[in-house]
Ligand binder design. Structure first.
Ligand code: NAD
Length: 523
């Protein structure tokens, strides 16, 4: 393992410009290469050992569910126990591994991922139905997390300012916590998984990674990459399996020290509750980092460029089919410009191209699975009862897969179900506000508080939004999706989670504990 690491300031990985023919060709080649790899069987990895089980499950392609992306062993509670114990054992040596050496694994992983960038993106196109630019942005963000946390870890390992006490030599140092359970969602199957896992590992913890059953192949590709770099056995254990079956055993295990979770509110709250209950033999209060859902709003003020606002709303509402925690699912529009805005919105929504994600022309792909499709359709039914359908509302005609038309409801009551509950699909609720005060009140009136945006030319209204729009990630005159590592530390308020600010300078602290060391200096 090379100890010296490429330093310099962190910089975001640029996105691929697919208007360039050589980039389009490389991505086409990657899609073809990955297609040949679809349907492979993958292993559980515990303490470096590869294991299979009798029972398996398949990950299917949402754009064409006849296509098996990967076949996985189903973890069991016994294997969950073994995985936590393996991680616990590996912790003793890993916590003593010098921070520059731990960071070097991340720098090398970033370099390897950069070389295989389109391959990782292609897996996401097939496994979760991301369009090319969405998949590319996901891979870029994963690389960013590796680069950012590798540097951050070195910063935390360095000296920290502390007030001098006469007659003492004092220091504040940061120590790892122990065994962490990492539970990512399927919607940023590389970026969020890599972010949470690498943050835990680089700070000296060991991990049991339980991937989402909708995106285990991408997770397995990352685990293979880390294995290929020679990460010591037991530092990263990989246990696919049902959330409830293995999840509860992992979270409740007495040797589990912390849980890093990103997913729905319901599962996040369940994990938080389970982790709070001490188990026999447990010696600590478990730490839970839980990033959860959103019901994100964009306010469109009377004094704004309506085309720009409509473009921002459409990009935020329908990017990755609305399956982002940051997706705009509510547009709150000043009554004075409501009709004009709705007209522009409809034009843009009608122009969106729905199609297979492997086709570079597609702007809106499939939703993740049949269950999600049904749940979104139920919300659409509820919308039909409570509001006026402006666009979409039906499955989109494609030969196979879970495709829905981009859907807009207008004149939606702020208390309607589709205004309050996270739908996680391509459905937007548009609500009329009397004025800016009313818009802010409506925007803040859900249990969530993740992202939000305001489009206005009025500086005093921007200032009011700064003061009163209660969300973890506030965007002014721009869309509410697309947070960048380093630039937009990410995490939400209220039922959106613990506001961990992933990709920011506070994040690694969640995986560390500070120790104050005071030494009396002899005269
Ligand atoms: P989910 O809650 O259904 O699943 C998330 C993970 O939890 C999966 O790996 C799943 O297998 C696991 N799980 C399920 N039951 C479990 C249990 N009992 N114990 C332990 N683990 C269990 O969420 P999802 O459908 O994968 O992702 C979509 C959700 O994630 C949306 O609500 C979205 O808003 C949210 N999300 C939030 C952020 C954020 O940063 N706030 C980012 C991305 C996604």
């Amino acid at each position: 393992m090379e100890l010296s690491s490429p330093r310099g300031e962190f910089q975001n990985e640029p996105f691929t410009d697919f208007s360039q023919s050589e980039n389009r060709e490389s991505m086409q080649r990657a899609l073809a290469d990955v297609q040949v790899q679809l349907g492979q069987s993958y292993d559980i990895v515990i303490a470096g050992q590869h294991l299979r089980t009798q029972a398996t499950f398949a990950s299917l392609s949402p754009g064409d569910p006849r296509r098996v992306v990967g076949v996985f062993p189903k973890g069991t509670p016994e294997l969950a126990d073994r995985a936590v114990r393996a991680a616990h054992q590996a912790f003793e040596a890993w916590k003593r591994t010098p921070p520059p050496q731990r960071s070097a694994y991340l720098f090398q992983a970033a370099a390897a991922m950069r070389r295989r960038r389109h391959e990782f993106s292609a897996f996401m196109v097939y496994e979760v139905g991301k369009t090319w630019p969405e998949a590319d942005a996901d891979t870029a963000e994963a690389i960013d997390f590796l680069e950012f946390y590798a540097r951050e870890s070195l910063r935390y390992a360095g000296p920290h300012p502390i007030t001098a006490v006469a007659g003492e030599k004092n220091a504040l140092v940061y120590l790892p916590l122990g065994v962490g359970i990492v539970i990512p969602p399927w919607n940023f199957p590389l970026a969020i998984l890599v972010g949470m896992t690498s943050a835990a590992i680089v700070t000296g913890n060991t991990v049991v990674l339980k991937p989402s059953s909708d995106a285990p192949t991408i997770a397995a590709q990352f685990v293979r990459l880390m294995e290929s770099l020679g990460l010591p056995a037991g530092v990263l254990n990989f246990l696919p399996g049902g959330g409830a079956e293995v999840g509860d055993t992992l979270v409740a295990h007495p040797l589990t020290r912390f849980v890093a979770f990103t997913g729905s509110k319901a599962v996040g709250l369940h994990i938080n509750e389970l982790a709070a209950k001490p188990q026999p033999g447990q010696r600590w209060i478990k730490r839970v980092v839980a990033e959860m859902g959103g019901k994100d709003a964009i306010i469109v003020d009377r004094d704004t460029d309506l085309d720009e606002a409509a473009a921002g709303v459409v990009a935020s509402a329908y990017g990755f089919q609305g399956q982002k925690c940051s997706a705009c699912s509510r547009a709150i529009v000043d009554a004075q410009v409501y009709d004009a805005f709705v007209e522009r919105l409809k034009q843009r929504v009608d122009a969106l191209r729905v199609g297979p994600p492997e086709d570079p022309q597609s702007q809106v792909g499939p939703v993740i699975n049949e269950k999600a499709m049904r749940s979104i359709q139920e919300y659409i039914e509820s919308g039909r009862q409570q509001a006026r359908l402006l666009a979409g509302g039906e499955p989109a005609k494609q030969a196979h897969g879970f495709f829905l038309q981009p859907t807009v409801f207008v004149d939606v009551d702020p208390q309607a179900r589709i205004s309050q509950e996270e739908i996680f699909g391509p459905v937007l609720a548009v609500t009329r506000a009397r004025d800016f005060d009313d818009a802010l009140r409506i925007a803040n009136d859900t249990e969530y508080g993740l992202t939000g945006a305001v489009y206005t030319r009025d500086a005093s209204k921007l200032e009011r939004a700064r003061q009163e729009f209660f969300v973890g990630n506030l965007y002014l005159n721009r869309k509410c999706t697309g947070a960048m590592v380093g630039g937009h530390p990410f995490g939400g308020f209220n039922m959106s989670g613990t506001d961990s600010k992933a990709g920011g300078r506070d994040y690694l602290l969640l995986f560390l504990q500070g120790q104050s060391i005071a030494e009396k200096v002899r005269a």
